[in-house]
Design a protein around this ligand. Structure first.
Ligand code: ADP
Ligand code: MG
Ligand code: ZN
Length: 617
């Protein structure tokens, strides 16, 4: 809950209390206590009454001193017409009045209420400050309390480390915001929306702020979850308002953090309710994105750690069409991040940062920032003057225990297996012609499922593949498992995805491409559109071949798989030393670029020479 709402809540609470107090005590003493007629006479006779008011129904006496109940007045029904003479006899002043109790009662509640409401309005206006104020109830959607505008974020690219690739891409945005004329010279315009993807804590928010800080433009930031908070329709109004404000202040940056909160794909809302608030908000966001003029110098940045649930419409060209991956840092990246955060604390003179980096595989920038702080806390508790390496190692131990559950950090043994597995893929790929070029090998866990990854980029778009190429591709896929068996002689679950993909290829070779001699030139399976054609998932095609053929197909698939696996094993067996060397290097660095890999392979290769993948690269 924000400040404004809190103040309002408190204010009304206090108001109600105050009104009760007013009613009971202040007005209460003004209110007459009903008594009997005889008592009134008695009071009169004992000269306790100073003045009397008489109307058609009541007689109201003003007492000399308050009664035990606190009221200064008594009232009784009017009965006697001879009262006047009696009153005269005792020398009491009296008069008759006609009053409306209803009006008086209403007024006694209504007047203070109006006063309090007035004060509330003034407070709220003060709080909204210069940003426009509260223009009546229609202004509920005004996002002025939610949008944070910073004219100077005071964050620069130097504060964000270990994400160099992302920085290079964002530098372009900075250049555009700084010199839009220069940029538009040839008619180019910046992408409208840039989406930062990556696990939590890798510095996405920090990067966005750094872009604004570098370009020295206002930074409008809002959290996706804030769009969808209040009443129905407010989210959409807020989006409109946000963009309106931003356009007025162009050049500027709008940053939507946690985009997944509003950008969740329509129709997969787990809480039911189809066209709900979120959908309206998302639609508004989409239409604002489309409403951007190329000339408008408003750059839209967004961040998410769950790109897979985003509505595809958000990712279409012209919307968030550029996506920048902000991944967990590798060892070199961690050194750089630690340097940034160690600047703020006092460390021992001879301090090996790379030792800490080596201790923290899988840590994100936020984890490292936390680590530095923990270490500082430990050192302080120790009463030391500076932070030592020991403080860091104990801090790492503390944090890792917590992280292991959260971040699926790998233990050393698992890391080794993954390193050999990934190097298996990479070496087989580099040894066989016609396979895609290996760009990067990594053992930094990424996303769900994959423990490491080998990025192969196709060198050209392929429409036709030969049988040999398909077999090579399978060998690459099975290289991971082959390597594990070769080195550890053990099976692990890490190859499940590879196996599934290789099997897929083998089945297609047999059933669709007619590539198996035994089964011959027959298509056993019609090519089907699969997902794209929108077939239901449980769609089962009628089988058009016999039991016996089915068995043959299975055997053929098995044979092809075995062939590919043997090929991978053979390649790796011949390069056993190279495999070990590369895997150790990978363990050390966590990622190996194509250049690093080639260098390692070429430096001294006792095994047969490697053939680089063909193609222009
Ligand atoms: P995200 O938005 O990706 O979840 P944040 O940007 O909020 O992560 O990062 C949280 C904090 O972690 C930052 O304020 C910063 O102190 C630290 N941090 C994260 N990544 C980095 C990085 N690459 N370099 C320096 N500090 C980082
Ligand atoms: Mg964030
Ligand atoms: Zn694999």
């Amino acid at each position: 809950m924000d400040r404004k709402k809190l103040v309002t809540l408190w204010y009304f609470f206090m108001t109600i209390l105050a009104m009760f107090y007013l009613q009971n005590y202040v007005l209460g003493s003004n209110r007459a206590e009903p008594i009997s007629y005889s008592e009134m006479i008695h009071l009169l006779e004992s000269e306790q009454i100073v003045a009397v008011e008489v109307n058609e129904q009541y007689i109201r006496g003003h007492l000399k001193s308050a009664r035990p109940g606190g009221s200064q007045y008594v009232v009784t029904a009017r009965m006697d017409t001879e009262l006047a003479s009696l009153l005269g006899q005792y020398n009491v002043e009296y008069k008759g009045i006609i009053e409306s109790h209803l009006l008086a009662n209403l007024l006694s509640w209504f007047m203070p209420m109006a006063v309090f409401l007035g004060i509330w309005f003034i407070i709220m206006r003060r709080m909204s400050g210069a940003q426009g104020g509260l223009g009546g109830l229609t202004a509920i959607g005004k996002s002025n309390a939610k949008v944070y505008v910073e004219t100077d974020t005071q964050v620069s690219f130097d504060d964000v480390a270990g994400v160099d690739e992302a920085k290079v891409e964002l530098q372009e945005i900075v250049n555009f915001l700084k010199q839009p004329d220069q940029y538009g010279r040839l008619g180019a315009h910046v992408p409208r929306g840039i989406l930062l993807l990556g696990p939590p804590g890798t510095g996405k928010t920090l990067l966005a702020r750094a872009v604004a800080g570098e370009a020295k433009v206002p930074f409008f930031s809002i959290n996706g979850s804030e769009f969808v908070e209040m009443f129905v329709g407010v989210g959409a109004a807020r989006v409109r308002d946000l963009f309106e404000q931003a356009r007025k202040q162009a050049p500027c940056i709008i940053f939507i953090d946690e985009l997944d909160a509003v950008g969740r794909a329509r129709g997969i809302n787990p809480y039911g309710g189809g066209h709900d608030e979120k959908e309206q908000t998302l639609n508004q966001l989409l239409s604002e994105l489309d409403g951007f003029q190329p000339g408008q110098q408003v750059v839209l940045l967004a961040a998410t750690n769950r790109p897979e649930i985003l509505d595809p419409a958000l990712l279409r060209p012209g919307r968030f069409d550029r996506q920048i991956l902000v991944d967990r840092p590798d060892k070199i990246g961690r050194v750089a991040i630690l340097k940034v955060h160690l600047k703020k604390v006092k460390t021992a003179a001879h301090f090996r940062i790379d030792e800490i980096a080596a201790l923290t595989p899988g840590f994100t920038g936020a984890d490292l920032a936390n680590l530095v702080n923990e270490a500082a806390v430990l050192a302080t508790r120790r009463g030391a003057d500076e932070i030592s390496l020991d403080d860091f190692t104990s801090a790492v131990e503390r944090i890792v225990a917590g992280l292991e559950k959260r971040n699926r950090l790998l233990n050393p043994r698992e890391r080794e297996v993954v390193a050999y597995h990934e190097m298996g893929h990479a070496l087989v790929a580099m040894s066989l012609p016609g396979t895609d070029v290996v760009h990067k090998v990594s053992i930094i866990p990424r996303g769900v499922g994959a423990l490491g990854y080998t990025i192969q980029r196709p060198t050209e778009d392929r429409f036709l593949m030969t049988r040999a190429e398909l077999e090579n591709k399978m060998a690459v896929l099975l290289g991971g498992r082959a390597s594990e068996i070769l080195v550890f002689n053990e099976l692990s679950t890490g190859a499940a995805d590879d196996l599934a993909r290789a099997t897929d290829i083998a089945r297609s070779m047999v059933m669709r491409y007619g590539m198996d001699e035994g089964l011959g030139l027959v298509a056993y399976e019609q090519p089907h559109g699969s997902f794209l054609a929108g077939l239901p998932e449980d769609h089962v095609e009628a089988r058009k071949y016999s039991e016996a053929t089915a068995r043959d197909i299975d055997q053929a698939v098995l044979a092809i798989m075995k062939l590919a696996f043997d090929k991978a094993t053979e390649i790796l067996g011949q390069r056993r030393d190279m495999l070990t060397k590369c895997a150790q290097q990978l363990l050390e660095n966590e990622t190996l670029s194509r250049e690093a890999l080639l260098e390692l392979v070429e430096s001294d290769s006792p095994g047969p020479k490697l053939v680089e993948g063909i193609g222009p690269d």
